[in-house]
Design a protein around this ligand. Structure first.
Ligand code: SAM
Ligand code: SF4
Length: 399
């Protein structure tokens, strides 16, 4: 039986309710030219000599390790994330893709995405990635206004970002770009103008993130010192609503809380996470979810780039965490991930994975206040009214 629509019917992987027939590889490239003040991703600024080929050899070695753990899969998606993967030599991207192809079957329709920062975009490098097999690029534009770009610590101008998007669109079959909104002092009118421009530029996909203040960042210190005026709850909700309305009208509705696409242009890679499939994570700080002997392993790697490399050289992998999740934990993860999606989750699959049913009483209560609905295919999804309080809805259902 097919448990979910779409990717679950793909050729290659058997449709086990635990993986949903989904398998992808995430490759984390941890280096950036500079650290942005809002960002808490595992990114590091490295100065001095760097043996890129030697570093790439560690990815190949780590892939050998994971291929032994989860052999025989068909790879539907590969994602180079960061950090700034667009700092990579295209030959490094090619070498990692070749290594992945040596261990697993590659689906004929594989999606291969690379995250790019407009600062590091050059035409030759983009052509090199395309020649290596990359077929989708996601650009970190962040803003189409000069002042906010500078405040976000970005090292590119609006013109450079627009040129990078245009170049990507001329080289890659699929592109996306990211914007950060609900920024300090931004008004709804400002955002309406900026997003309207973005929607003219966009092809099939846009990621629109509300600025979040992450602990350990420079923005966190500024916020605590009262130097960053963030929008309050009501204004944030208005920003969110406006974003839904404009993207919907432009034909790129939200398919996930922060991601918008023309139908069919959704990120297949991120859908693997949200549809709670199986994925290998290689590189410093990468996370994975592996299905071994019908148990889901949650893996995480050493974050510091050169410590990770040393660990891989010494023992074949850089993992510092490899936990077997209980059925209950799996069920909770499936809810957290799946309820972010417009398509919702299949409660029958939840029951098969977690060994328990979602409480009918909780479902009824959430429906009564208009936060949850059941679709004709039996899936449960959070309503427009429930999305702004998604975390609370998930917590109620998981209880
Ligand atoms: C890992 S970053 C990679 C992109 C690439 N390094 C760049 O900056 O162009 C992925 C995206 O997360 C988003 N992001 C990072 N930190 C954020 C924050 N604190 N609030 C909202 N969005 C954030 C940004 O839009 C960014 O493009
Ligand atoms: S936002 Fe991108 S470029 Fe800036 S520090 Fe984070 S990963 Fe690096």
């Amino acid at each position: 039986m097919c448990w979910e629509a779409g990717l679950s019917t793909e050729a290659g992987n058997s449709v086990d309710p635990r993986s949903n027939g989904l398998f992808g590889v995430y490759v984390h490239w941890p280096f950036c030219a500079a650290k942005c003040p809002y960002c808490d991703f595992n990114s590091h600024v490295h100065r001095g000599p760097f043996d890129e080929a030697g570093f790439v050899a560690a990815y190949a070695a780590e892939l050998v390790h994971f291929a032994q753990k989860v052999p025989g899969r068909t790879v539907q998606s590969i994602f180079f994330g960061g950090g700034t993967p667009s700092l990579m030599d295209p030959r490094s991207v090619g070498a990692i893709l070749e290594a992945i192809g040596r261990h697993w079957t590659i689906d004929a329709r594989v999606e291969i995405t690379l995250e790019a920062n407009p600062t590091s975009v050059e035409a030759d490098r983009f052509r090199g990635y395309r020649a290596a097999g990359v077929n989708r690029v996601s650009l970190g534009v962040q803003s189409l206004r000069e002042g906010p770009l500078a405040e976000l610590g970005r090292r590119h101008t609006v013109d450079e970002a627009v040129a990078a998007v245009r170049l990507a669109q001329s080289i890659f079959p699929r592109t996306s770009f990211d914007l950060i909104y609900a920024r300090p002092r931004q008004t709804l009118d400002d955002w309406q103008d900026e997003l309207t421009e973005a929607l003219w530029m966009a092809q099939g996909h846009l990621s629109l993130y509300q600025l979040t203040i992450e602990m350990g960042t420079r923005y966190y210190d500024l916020f605590r010192a009262g130097k960053l005026q963030m929008p309050g709850e009501d204004l944030s909700a208005d920003f969110y609503e406006l974003t839904q309305e404009l993207t919907q009208n432009a034909g790129l509705p939200a398919y996930e809380i922060s991601n918008h696409a023309r139908p069919g242009q959704e990120s297949r890679h991120n859908l693997i996470y949200w549809r709670y499939g199986e994925y290998v994570g290689v590189g410093p700080g990468a996370h994975g979810r592996l299905l071994i002997n019908n148990q889901r392993h949650a893996t995480a790697a050493e974050k510091l780039p050169f410590d990770w490399q040393r660990k891989v050289l010494a023992r074949g992998h850089g993992m510092v965490t490899d936990d077997v999740l209980t059925w209950e934990e799996e069920g909770d993860e499936m809810l957290v991930m799946g309820l972010r999606l417009r398509e919702g989750i299949d409660p029958r699959r939840f029951q098969r994975i977690s060994g328990r049913a979602i409480s009918e009483r909780q479902i009824a209560e959430l429906k009564a206040i208009g936060f949850l609905e059941t679709l004709p295919n039996g899936f449960l999804r959070v309503t427009d009214k429930g999305w702004p309080v998604l975390d609370a809805v998930v917590a109620d259902l998981a209880a």
